[in-house]
Design a protein around this ligand. Structure first.
Ligand code: ZN
Length: 338
């Protein structure tokens, strides 16, 4: 069963998390009278004197940004994790807690306030890719997991329109990553193959959910996508962490990322909001990572226009994720934007 001809309600299983998503294609025609977010104006100056991420400006903590060129990383002034784990009262079965340590940094993608990963050129995007790889390597040397991510747009909680992402490194493996580790390991042990390698092979053969591909990467809407235009960028080679990418693969990533994000921006003619992030083998696993394949998730909330977003509420909060638009239709609409 390949899924794209199903127009009746069904569930699909997310192989990376083990969770199910309810798909209800027949519901696409229902009327909408709910929330409309105001459309975002795309015009931004190249330098904003009020922006705390622009070169030369002073941040809330009083630090002054250098006149940086290209990508530039600095310690988060309000980090969610601190380098020293606190002493905690003894754990109890009813009130379980454990100490955590880590560090958080902000990654400015460009000194140009008006750009985004979607609109910068391949050379500038490559500088961001190189920065991600360097951060994964450096922080992975002393932490259990390195989570790189970006919130784009006020709708996703981005605090500034300046192109930037974050990296949080931790002495624990976060829940979602642990789940992906468990599922990929189970697949490896029961089938003797890398889960995402098999997925990529099948998706390329079938084509319906593939948006763009080159020698090193495939960008697709996963069969089990939960968000309307959720996408996955997967490495085609046996690469488990960002720092293992060859120079050619880094260049190819800059290119496919540009192609995909540009298509997303065109879809509703708006800077497409999203949360995006990288999943590689947790560094705690060291060499025990043969079941892993490096990939990025992109989760955009928009549903049918720049103003109408999807909310995860009701049945989804209480029971299971649900979608109306099929992943196959979503992929087709993104392909039409290429
Ligand atoms: Zn993942």
């Amino acid at each position: 069963m390949i899924g794209h001809s199903i127009d009746q309600p069904h569930r699909r299983r997310n192989l990376l998390t083990g969770e199910w998503v309810l798909v209800s294609p027949h519901r696409m025609q229902r009327p909408w009278q709910g929330e409309r977010a105001p459309a975002v104006s795309a015009e931004q100056p190249r330098h904003d004197p009020e922006c705390y991420l622009c070169p030369g400006n002073t941040r809330a903590g009083g630090m002054r940004n250098p006149d940086y060129a290209g990508a530039w990383t600095f310690p988060n002034d309000f980090p969610a994790l601190l380098a020293e784990a606190p002493a905690l009262p003894p754990a109890s079965p009813l009130f379980q807690a454990e100490p955590v340590a880590g560090e958080a940094r902000v990654v400015c993608y460009s000194p140009d306030h008006s750009l985004s990963l979607a609109t910068m050129d391949d050379r500038a995007r490559l500088a961001v890719v190189e920065e991600w790889c360097a951060l994964s390597q450096e922080l992975g040397g002393r932490w259990s997991h390195v989570q790189l991510f970006e919130n784009r747009g006020a709708m996703m909680g981005a605090s500034s329109p300046h192109p930037h992402g974050q990296v949080w490194a931790s002495d624990f493996v976060p829940d979602r990553v642990q789940r992906e580790d468990d599922e990929q390991r189970r697949w490896w042990e029961t089938r003797g193959k890398v889960l995402l390698a098999e997925v990529v092979e099948a998706e390329l053969a079938e084509g319906v959910r593939v948006i763009a591909a080159n020698d090193h990467w495939v960008a697709l809407v996963p069969y089990w996508a939960a968000w309307p235009f959720e996408t996955l960028i997967v490495a085609r080679e046996d690469v488990r962490r960002l720092e293992q990418l060859s120079e050619a693969a880094r260049q190819a990533l800059a290119q496919v990322l540009g192609t995909l994000l540009d298509a997303c921006d065109r879809l509703f003619d708006t800077p497409f909001p999203y949360s995006m992030g990288w999943h590689g083998a947790p560094h705690r696993l060291a060499g025990d990572s043969a079941h892993w394949r490096l990939h990025a998730h992109i989760y955009p909330p928009l549903l049918r226009s720049a103003e109408v977003r999807k909310h995860m509420v009701g049945f989804e909060l209480l029971a299971e994720t649900q979608r109306d638009l099929t992943p196959e239709s979503a992929a087709q609409r993104l392909r039409e934007m290429l």
